[in-house]
Design a protein around this ligand. Sequence first.
Ligand SMILES: [Fe+2]
Length: 409
Amino acid sequence: MAESAEDRTKKYLDLGHSEAENHAKTQLELYEKRVKDTSSVTNVISEFFKTNLIGFAKHYLRSRFGAKHPYQAYPRNGDSGIYKLQSSIPSREEISIALLSDWASDTTESDAVANLVSRYSPDYTIHMGDIYFVGAPKEVEANFTAPYSSWYYGASGSLALSGNHEMYSNGNAFFQHLLPAMYAMEGEVKKTQQAGFFCLENEHWRIVGIDTGYTSVGKPFLEILSPPDCHLKDAQIAWLRDVVKIGDPADTRGVVILSHHPYLSAFREEYVRPGEQIKVLMGDSNRPVIWLWGHDHRLVIYNMFKNGNGPVAYGRCIGHGGLPVEIRLPDLVDLNKINYYDTRVRTVIGRHSLGYNGFVRLVLQGKKLTAEYRDLEDTCVYEECWTINKENGQLEWNVVDVIPGLAVR
Ligand SMILES: [Fe+2]
Protein backbone atom coordinates (compact mmCIF):
# COMPACT_ATOMS: atom_id res chain seq x y z
CA MET A 1 0.00 0.00 0.00
CA ALA A 2 1.14 3.53 -0.73
CA GLU A 3 2.01 5.59 2.32
CA SER A 4 -0.63 8.04 3.42
CA ALA A 5 -0.46 11.75 2.67
CA GLU A 6 0.00 12.43 6.33
CA ASP A 7 2.95 10.05 6.54
CA ARG A 8 4.54 11.66 3.53
CA THR A 9 4.04 15.16 4.84
CA LYS A 10 5.54 14.12 8.15
CA LYS A 11 8.46 12.58 6.35
CA TYR A 12 9.21 15.73 4.41
CA LEU A 13 8.65 17.99 7.37
CA ASP A 14 10.73 16.03 9.84
CA LEU A 15 13.61 14.94 7.67
CA GLY A 16 15.31 17.95 6.21
CA HIS A 17 18.41 16.07 5.07
CA SER A 18 18.56 16.63 1.36
CA GLU A 19 18.25 19.73 -0.74
CA ALA A 20 15.12 18.29 -2.34
CA GLU A 21 13.45 17.69 1.01
CA ASN A 22 14.30 21.20 2.16
CA HIS A 23 12.91 22.44 -1.10
CA ALA A 24 9.67 20.53 -0.47
CA LYS A 25 9.50 21.83 3.07
CA THR A 26 9.83 25.44 1.94
CA GLN A 27 7.10 24.97 -0.65
CA LEU A 28 4.78 23.44 1.94
CA GLU A 29 5.38 26.28 4.38
CA LEU A 30 4.59 28.77 1.62
CA TYR A 31 1.38 26.88 0.91
CA GLU A 32 0.31 26.94 4.54
CA LYS A 33 0.93 30.68 4.64
CA ARG A 34 -1.14 31.08 1.49
CA VAL A 35 -4.16 29.18 2.74
CA LYS A 36 -4.29 31.44 5.78
CA ASP A 37 -4.40 34.42 3.45
CA THR A 38 -7.35 33.62 1.21
CA SER A 39 -6.84 36.84 -0.77
CA SER A 40 -3.97 35.03 -2.57
CA VAL A 41 -6.54 33.18 -4.69
CA THR A 42 -7.73 35.39 -7.54
CA ASN A 43 -10.58 33.30 -8.94
CA VAL A 44 -13.40 31.02 -7.89
CA ILE A 45 -13.95 27.98 -10.03
CA SER A 46 -17.46 28.98 -11.17
CA GLU A 47 -15.90 31.81 -13.23
CA PHE A 48 -14.62 29.12 -15.57
CA PHE A 49 -17.95 27.57 -16.48
CA LYS A 50 -18.39 27.49 -20.21
CA THR A 51 -21.63 29.40 -19.78
CA ASN A 52 -19.62 32.40 -18.55
CA LEU A 53 -19.45 33.81 -22.09
CA ILE A 54 -19.40 37.45 -21.03
CA GLY A 55 -16.47 36.77 -18.72
CA PHE A 56 -14.51 35.06 -21.50
CA ALA A 57 -15.39 37.73 -24.06
CA LYS A 58 -14.09 40.45 -21.74
CA HIS A 59 -10.69 38.77 -21.38
CA TYR A 60 -10.58 37.81 -25.04
CA LEU A 61 -11.29 41.32 -26.33
CA ARG A 62 -8.77 42.85 -23.98
CA SER A 63 -5.89 40.69 -25.14
CA ARG A 64 -6.49 39.12 -28.49
CA PHE A 65 -5.38 41.79 -30.94
CA GLY A 66 -1.85 42.52 -32.12
CA ALA A 67 0.94 40.33 -33.50
CA LYS A 68 1.99 36.97 -32.08
CA HIS A 69 5.22 36.87 -30.14
CA PRO A 70 8.05 35.66 -32.43
CA TYR A 71 8.48 31.89 -32.37
CA GLN A 72 11.45 30.60 -30.41
CA ALA A 73 13.35 27.45 -31.42
CA TYR A 74 16.62 25.65 -30.73
CA PRO A 75 19.51 26.13 -30.93
CA ARG A 76 19.03 29.19 -28.78
CA ASN A 77 21.57 30.67 -26.37
CA GLY A 78 23.65 27.52 -26.84
CA ASP A 79 20.81 25.24 -25.77
CA SER A 80 19.65 22.21 -27.76
CA GLY A 81 16.42 21.62 -25.81
CA ILE A 82 17.50 18.09 -24.82
CA TYR A 83 18.17 17.52 -21.13
CA LYS A 84 19.36 14.42 -19.35
CA LEU A 85 16.91 13.27 -16.69
CA GLN A 86 18.48 13.47 -13.27
CA SER A 87 17.31 12.60 -9.80
CA SER A 88 17.39 15.44 -7.30
CA ILE A 89 18.66 12.97 -4.70
CA PRO A 90 21.97 11.57 -5.95
CA SER A 91 21.62 8.17 -4.27
CA ARG A 92 18.15 7.56 -5.73
CA GLU A 93 17.77 5.97 -9.14
CA GLU A 94 14.06 6.61 -9.41
CA ILE A 95 12.99 9.80 -11.16
CA SER A 96 9.54 11.35 -10.73
CA ILE A 97 7.75 13.87 -12.89
CA ALA A 98 4.50 15.63 -12.04
CA LEU A 99 2.35 16.48 -15.06
CA LEU A 100 -0.32 19.14 -14.69
CA SER A 101 -2.45 20.42 -17.51
CA ASP A 102 -5.02 23.18 -17.61
CA TRP A 103 -3.99 23.83 -14.06
CA ALA A 104 -3.22 27.57 -14.02
CA SER A 105 -6.54 28.98 -12.86
CA ASP A 106 -5.40 30.39 -9.51
CA THR A 107 -8.29 28.85 -7.63
CA THR A 108 -8.62 26.96 -4.35
CA GLU A 109 -8.64 23.80 -6.48
CA SER A 110 -5.42 24.60 -8.33
CA ASP A 111 -3.75 25.48 -5.04
CA ALA A 112 -4.88 22.16 -3.57
CA VAL A 113 -3.45 20.23 -6.54
CA ALA A 114 -0.16 22.15 -6.35
CA ASN A 115 0.06 21.50 -2.63
CA LEU A 116 -0.41 17.79 -3.23
CA VAL A 117 2.33 17.88 -5.88
CA SER A 118 4.65 19.55 -3.36
CA ARG A 119 4.04 16.74 -0.88
CA TYR A 120 5.47 14.29 -3.41
CA SER A 121 8.44 16.60 -4.14
CA PRO A 122 8.79 15.34 -7.72
CA ASP A 123 12.13 15.83 -9.45
CA TYR A 124 10.39 17.55 -12.35
CA THR A 125 7.13 19.45 -12.77
CA ILE A 126 5.62 20.19 -16.15
CA HIS A 127 2.69 22.45 -16.96
CA MET A 128 1.09 21.28 -20.17
CA GLY A 129 -0.62 24.51 -21.04
CA ASP A 130 -3.52 26.87 -20.56
CA ILE A 131 -3.07 29.74 -18.18
CA TYR A 132 -6.47 31.32 -17.53
CA PHE A 133 -7.94 33.42 -18.79
CA VAL A 134 -5.56 34.51 -21.54
CA GLY A 135 -2.02 33.87 -20.27
CA ALA A 136 -1.57 37.56 -19.41
CA PRO A 137 1.44 38.72 -17.35
CA LYS A 138 -0.66 39.05 -14.18
CA GLU A 139 -1.99 35.52 -14.66
CA VAL A 140 1.51 34.09 -15.15
CA GLU A 141 2.51 35.93 -12.01
CA ALA A 142 -0.46 34.78 -9.92
CA ASN A 143 0.05 31.12 -10.82
CA PHE A 144 3.80 30.77 -11.29
CA THR A 145 6.13 33.61 -10.42
CA ALA A 146 4.76 35.68 -7.52
CA PRO A 147 6.03 34.74 -4.05
CA TYR A 148 2.50 33.63 -3.14
CA SER A 149 1.91 31.62 -6.34
CA SER A 150 1.38 27.91 -5.82
CA TRP A 151 3.29 26.28 -8.71
CA TYR A 152 5.74 23.70 -7.41
CA TYR A 153 9.19 23.99 -8.95
CA GLY A 154 10.85 20.59 -9.27
CA ALA A 155 14.40 20.43 -7.94
CA SER A 156 15.67 18.92 -11.23
CA GLY A 157 13.45 20.87 -13.58
CA SER A 158 10.25 22.77 -14.17
CA LEU A 159 9.05 23.17 -17.75
CA ALA A 160 6.05 24.52 -19.62
CA LEU A 161 4.13 23.98 -22.82
CA SER A 162 1.83 26.57 -24.29
CA GLY A 163 -1.87 25.96 -24.66
CA ASN A 164 -4.31 28.01 -26.70
CA HIS A 165 -5.01 30.39 -23.81
CA GLU A 166 -1.39 31.62 -23.65
CA MET A 167 -1.74 32.51 -27.32
CA TYR A 168 -4.96 34.46 -26.77
CA SER A 169 -2.59 37.17 -25.51
CA ASN A 170 -0.22 36.43 -28.41
CA GLY A 171 2.17 34.40 -26.28
CA ASN A 172 3.91 37.50 -24.95
CA ALA A 173 3.75 36.58 -21.28
CA PHE A 174 4.45 32.90 -22.04
CA PHE A 175 7.72 33.72 -23.81
CA GLN A 176 8.75 36.77 -21.78
CA HIS A 177 7.67 35.90 -18.25
CA LEU A 178 6.97 32.18 -17.93
CA LEU A 179 9.82 30.59 -19.93
CA PRO A 180 12.50 32.64 -18.14
CA ALA A 181 11.21 31.13 -14.86
CA MET A 182 11.34 27.57 -16.24
CA TYR A 183 14.47 25.43 -16.35
CA ALA A 184 16.10 22.03 -16.43
CA MET A 185 19.14 21.24 -14.30
CA GLU A 186 22.24 19.81 -15.93
CA GLY A 187 24.24 18.71 -12.94
CA GLU A 188 24.37 21.89 -10.89
CA VAL A 189 23.78 24.15 -13.87
CA LYS A 190 20.33 25.65 -14.27
CA LYS A 191 19.41 25.86 -17.93
CA THR A 192 16.53 28.22 -18.63
CA GLN A 193 13.82 26.94 -20.97
CA GLN A 194 14.47 28.55 -24.34
CA ALA A 195 11.51 27.40 -26.45
CA GLY A 196 8.00 26.04 -26.08
CA PHE A 197 9.14 22.41 -26.59
CA PHE A 198 11.81 20.16 -25.05
CA CYS A 199 13.06 16.62 -24.56
CA LEU A 200 13.98 14.99 -21.25
CA GLU A 201 15.77 11.69 -21.65
CA ASN A 202 17.73 8.87 -20.07
CA GLU A 203 18.93 5.52 -21.39
CA HIS A 204 15.43 3.99 -21.41
CA TRP A 205 12.94 6.83 -21.97
CA ARG A 206 12.45 10.04 -23.86
CA ILE A 207 9.82 12.52 -22.69
CA VAL A 208 9.16 14.84 -25.62
CA GLY A 209 7.10 17.96 -24.93
CA ILE A 210 5.76 19.36 -28.19
CA ASP A 211 4.32 22.78 -28.90
CA THR A 212 0.82 22.73 -30.36
CA GLY A 213 -0.22 26.01 -28.72
CA TYR A 214 1.48 28.47 -31.05
CA THR A 215 -0.46 27.27 -34.08
CA SER A 216 -3.71 26.75 -32.17
CA VAL A 217 -4.90 30.32 -32.71
CA GLY A 218 -5.38 32.20 -35.92
CA LYS A 219 -6.92 35.55 -36.66
CA PRO A 220 -9.19 37.01 -33.98
CA PHE A 221 -12.80 35.79 -34.28
CA LEU A 222 -12.09 33.73 -37.43
CA GLU A 223 -10.43 31.13 -35.21
CA ILE A 224 -13.70 30.62 -33.38
CA LEU A 225 -15.45 29.74 -36.64
CA SER A 226 -12.61 27.79 -38.21
CA PRO A 227 -10.23 26.35 -35.60
CA PRO A 228 -6.57 26.10 -36.61
CA ASP A 229 -4.93 22.66 -36.84
CA CYS A 230 -2.16 22.97 -34.20
CA HIS A 231 0.49 21.80 -36.67
CA LEU A 232 4.11 21.67 -35.64
CA LYS A 233 6.03 24.54 -37.17
CA ASP A 234 9.01 23.85 -39.45
CA ALA A 235 11.57 24.77 -36.80
CA GLN A 236 10.07 22.25 -34.39
CA ILE A 237 9.92 19.56 -37.09
CA ALA A 238 13.60 20.19 -37.90
CA TRP A 239 14.46 19.86 -34.21
CA LEU A 240 12.54 16.57 -33.85
CA ARG A 241 14.18 15.21 -37.00
CA ASP A 242 17.77 16.45 -36.66
CA VAL A 243 18.37 17.01 -32.94
CA VAL A 244 16.00 14.63 -31.16
CA LYS A 245 16.32 12.21 -34.11
CA ILE A 246 12.92 10.77 -33.34
CA GLY A 247 13.11 8.63 -36.50
CA ASP A 248 16.37 6.88 -35.64
CA PRO A 249 15.54 3.16 -36.03
CA ALA A 250 18.48 2.21 -33.78
CA ASP A 251 17.00 4.22 -30.90
CA THR A 252 14.60 1.83 -29.17
CA ARG A 253 13.91 3.93 -26.08
CA GLY A 254 10.32 4.39 -25.00
CA VAL A 255 8.78 7.63 -26.27
CA VAL A 256 6.35 9.68 -24.18
CA ILE A 257 4.81 12.64 -25.98
CA LEU A 258 3.33 15.55 -24.05
CA SER A 259 1.17 18.13 -25.77
CA HIS A 260 -1.55 20.54 -24.82
CA HIS A 261 -3.90 19.57 -27.61
CA PRO A 262 -5.57 16.16 -27.90
CA TYR A 263 -4.35 13.63 -30.42
CA LEU A 264 -7.67 11.93 -29.89
CA SER A 265 -10.95 12.81 -28.21
CA ALA A 266 -14.26 11.12 -27.57
CA PHE A 267 -15.79 14.47 -26.64
CA ARG A 268 -14.71 17.42 -28.73
CA GLU A 269 -12.26 18.49 -31.41
CA GLU A 270 -9.14 16.40 -31.83
CA TYR A 271 -5.96 17.40 -33.64
CA VAL A 272 -4.61 14.73 -35.94
CA ARG A 273 -2.06 16.85 -37.76
CA PRO A 274 0.77 16.91 -35.13
CA GLY A 275 0.51 13.11 -34.84
CA GLU A 276 0.74 12.71 -38.59
CA GLN A 277 3.78 14.99 -38.72
CA ILE A 278 5.46 12.95 -35.98
CA LYS A 279 4.63 9.66 -37.70
CA VAL A 280 6.28 10.86 -40.92
CA LEU A 281 9.43 11.53 -38.90
CA MET A 282 9.21 8.15 -37.15
CA GLY A 283 9.11 6.28 -40.45
CA ASP A 284 7.69 2.81 -40.96
CA SER A 285 8.19 1.58 -37.43
CA ASN A 286 5.08 0.28 -35.73
CA ARG A 287 6.36 1.20 -32.32
CA PRO A 288 3.63 2.69 -30.15
CA VAL A 289 4.07 5.89 -28.17
CA ILE A 290 2.61 6.99 -24.86
CA TRP A 291 0.89 10.34 -25.38
CA LEU A 292 -0.54 12.56 -22.65
CA TRP A 293 -2.42 15.76 -23.39
CA GLY A 294 -4.82 18.26 -21.80
CA HIS A 295 -7.21 20.88 -23.19
CA ASP A 296 -10.24 18.74 -22.44
CA HIS A 297 -10.98 19.29 -18.74
CA ARG A 298 -11.37 15.70 -17.67
CA LEU A 299 -9.41 12.53 -16.91
CA VAL A 300 -9.70 9.87 -19.60
CA ILE A 301 -7.62 6.78 -20.32
CA TYR A 302 -8.16 5.93 -23.98
CA ASN A 303 -7.79 2.53 -25.55
CA MET A 304 -4.70 2.10 -27.72
CA PHE A 305 -5.49 3.87 -30.97
CA LYS A 306 -3.96 5.09 -34.22
CA ASN A 307 -5.66 8.30 -35.26
CA GLY A 308 -5.56 9.06 -39.00
CA ASN A 309 -2.00 8.56 -40.20
CA GLY A 310 -0.53 9.20 -36.76
CA PRO A 311 1.32 6.77 -34.51
CA VAL A 312 -0.30 4.01 -32.46
CA ALA A 313 -0.70 5.65 -29.07
CA TYR A 314 -1.62 4.98 -25.49
CA GLY A 315 -3.54 8.25 -25.22
CA ARG A 316 -4.38 9.89 -21.91
CA CYS A 317 -6.29 13.12 -21.38
CA ILE A 318 -5.22 14.86 -18.19
CA GLY A 319 -6.78 18.31 -18.58
CA HIS A 320 -8.28 18.09 -15.09
CA GLY A 321 -5.56 20.16 -13.38
CA GLY A 322 -7.41 23.21 -12.11
CA LEU A 323 -10.53 24.06 -14.11
CA PRO A 324 -14.07 22.76 -13.58
CA VAL A 325 -13.76 19.04 -14.38
CA GLU A 326 -16.30 17.70 -16.84
CA ILE A 327 -17.86 14.32 -16.28
CA ARG A 328 -20.62 13.99 -18.87
CA LEU A 329 -20.64 10.88 -21.04
CA PRO A 330 -19.67 11.00 -24.70
CA ASP A 331 -21.98 9.91 -27.49
CA LEU A 332 -22.50 6.17 -27.48
CA VAL A 333 -20.43 5.70 -30.63
CA ASP A 334 -17.39 7.25 -28.94
CA LEU A 335 -17.74 5.36 -25.69
CA ASN A 336 -15.74 2.38 -26.97
CA LYS A 337 -12.67 4.60 -27.44
CA ILE A 338 -12.44 4.82 -23.66
CA ASN A 339 -10.79 2.43 -21.26
CA TYR A 340 -11.38 4.47 -18.11
CA TYR A 341 -13.02 7.81 -17.37
CA ASP A 342 -13.19 9.43 -13.95
CA THR A 343 -16.86 10.46 -13.73
CA ARG A 344 -17.09 10.76 -9.97
CA VAL A 345 -18.90 13.88 -8.72
CA ARG A 346 -16.77 16.00 -6.37
CA THR A 347 -19.19 18.84 -5.90
CA VAL A 348 -22.30 20.40 -7.37
CA ILE A 349 -22.42 24.15 -7.97
CA GLY A 350 -25.83 25.29 -9.20
CA ARG A 351 -26.67 22.95 -12.05
CA HIS A 352 -23.03 21.99 -12.64
CA SER A 353 -21.74 18.66 -11.38
CA LEU A 354 -17.97 18.88 -11.17
CA GLY A 355 -15.46 16.05 -11.13
CA TYR A 356 -12.12 15.76 -9.36
CA ASN A 357 -9.11 17.88 -10.23
CA GLY A 358 -5.75 16.18 -10.09
CA PHE A 359 -2.37 15.49 -11.65
CA VAL A 360 -0.26 12.61 -12.92
CA ARG A 361 2.83 11.36 -11.19
CA LEU A 362 5.17 9.59 -13.57
CA VAL A 363 7.83 7.42 -11.98
CA LEU A 364 10.75 6.14 -14.05
CA GLN A 365 12.61 3.15 -12.71
CA GLY A 366 14.93 1.68 -15.35
CA LYS A 367 12.85 0.09 -18.10
CA LYS A 368 9.65 0.62 -16.16
CA LEU A 369 7.49 3.73 -16.31
CA THR A 370 4.57 4.04 -13.90
CA ALA A 371 1.79 6.59 -14.14
CA GLU A 372 -0.27 7.39 -11.05
CA TYR A 373 -3.36 9.51 -11.64
CA ARG A 374 -3.94 11.29 -8.33
CA ASP A 375 -6.90 13.46 -7.48
CA LEU A 376 -6.72 16.54 -5.22
CA GLU A 377 -7.65 14.41 -2.21
CA ASP A 378 -4.65 12.19 -2.96
CA THR A 379 -6.68 9.19 -4.10
CA CYS A 380 -4.84 7.30 -6.81
CA VAL A 381 -7.75 6.76 -9.22
CA TYR A 382 -5.81 4.81 -11.81
CA GLU A 383 -2.32 3.39 -11.91
CA GLU A 384 -0.64 1.82 -14.91
CA CYS A 385 2.84 0.91 -16.00
CA TRP A 386 4.76 0.26 -19.18
CA THR A 387 7.97 -1.70 -19.65
CA ILE A 388 10.11 -0.89 -22.64
CA ASN A 389 11.67 -3.75 -24.58
CA LYS A 390 14.95 -2.27 -25.76
CA GLU A 391 15.37 -5.12 -28.30
CA ASN A 392 12.50 -3.91 -30.46
CA GLY A 393 11.13 -0.71 -28.89
CA GLN A 394 7.79 -2.33 -28.02
CA LEU A 395 5.90 -1.54 -24.82
CA GLU A 396 4.31 -3.96 -22.40
CA TRP A 397 1.38 -2.34 -20.62
CA ASN A 398 -0.27 -3.30 -17.33
CA VAL A 399 -2.99 -1.72 -15.21
CA VAL A 400 -1.82 -1.77 -11.61
CA ASP A 401 -4.85 -0.40 -9.83
CA VAL A 402 -8.12 1.33 -10.55
CA ILE A 403 -10.87 2.77 -8.40
CA PRO A 404 -14.43 2.85 -9.72
CA GLY A 405 -15.10 5.60 -12.24
CA LEU A 406 -16.58 4.80 -15.59
CA ALA A 407 -14.71 1.80 -16.92
CA VAL A 408 -15.38 0.42 -20.38
CA ARG A 409 -13.40 -2.66 -21.22
FE1 LIG B 1 -6.74 24.42 -24.13
